[in-house]
Design a protein around this ligand. Sequence first.
Ligand SMILES: O=C(O)C(=O)CO
Length: 389
Amino acid sequence: MGDQDLPGVLVSDLEGPHGICEDHAEDLKRHFNLITMQDFLENKAQLGPQIQAVYIWCGRPAVSQELLHSLPSLKIVASAGAGLDHLDLGLMASFGVKVANTPHAVSSPTADLGMALLLAAARRVVEGHQLAVSPHTETFPTDYMGQQVTGATLGIIGMGSIGYKIAQRARAFEMKIVYHNRKRRKLEEEEAVGAIYCERLDDLLQWSDFVMLAVSLTPQTQGLIGKRELRLMKPTAILVNIGRGLLVDQEALVEALQTGLIKAAALDVTYPEPLPRDHPLLELKNVILTPHIGSATHQARRQMMENLLCLLNTNVSCLYIQIFLWAGVGFQVSWDRVSPCLTPLYLDCFPLCAVGPTCFIGGRQVFFRIVLSLLTVPHNTTYFNQSWR
Ligand SMILES: O=C(O)C(=O)CO
């Protein structure tokens, strides 16, 4: 446990596969008292009231009603990554707790992985590798031929920032792009990537050579791809899922892959994660699996950590007064305890312009800022449960 005068931040663990990496933990410790779940559970009565933020890394810790009851000073739950399906937003709102995530850090690496999976499944890269390293094979047999990506039709389900970045990448492969989304994108955005809006999901499924799931998991999207939808797909089609496992009826998918209803699948997400070792998906040759690594690049993880540190600083350690006009010039006076090295992160929060003097009063840094901003929300993080949403 760290300095008890600093604001408390609850983290799952500081070590092990799901722990926050060491250099980041050191950064955090300069500003916060990091309290691990184990320490908290051993001393709830004393530590509970000190905790002002929960820091979710790799989906941990889980924030239950019971936990919320034992954190009376909690202000914010800050989650690394885009998906918020592990959090009950209604529950957080009922406790007056803000929720924030870091979709900006995640979108490019996840789109990259989507394309990597699409290409690998289309061109049977994993089977090719296995053949190439096997001692018995000299050449790649003709029955191992794949599907051509250039010129094929890609159906993107979920045209948020990840879906859109996939479209940008697919365009470079001369793919025809159709998409299905709750809300149609602006015409100029569609034109920039040559994407055609499909109001009916069924049309997209029937037309596509590749179907890419880049949609968030909600009660409305759970089981979006089931038996009926798989039947609509081409027998040569490949399904790629970089969203969440529960978007797909996994039993129906196994059957579709076993019976040749569709050609192949490439899945970064499944349910559960990881799959039990005797799961049929692990046996199928026409499946490529990765262990939920959409955001697993050094750069993305670093950006997520910086975003979260910035979030915690603006939500936990500052005493600050903000007066903003929604579109125009605002004035911010901020008194906080962050070190000067964090100033660029603050500036990064405000997309258009943030200028003003900084001085030290009583050893504390005080910012006076004129902020020109269309939205006062950091462009690289998203707040939920806030009045502007
Ligand atoms: O950020 C997320 O929610 C992801 O799952 C990235 O793969």
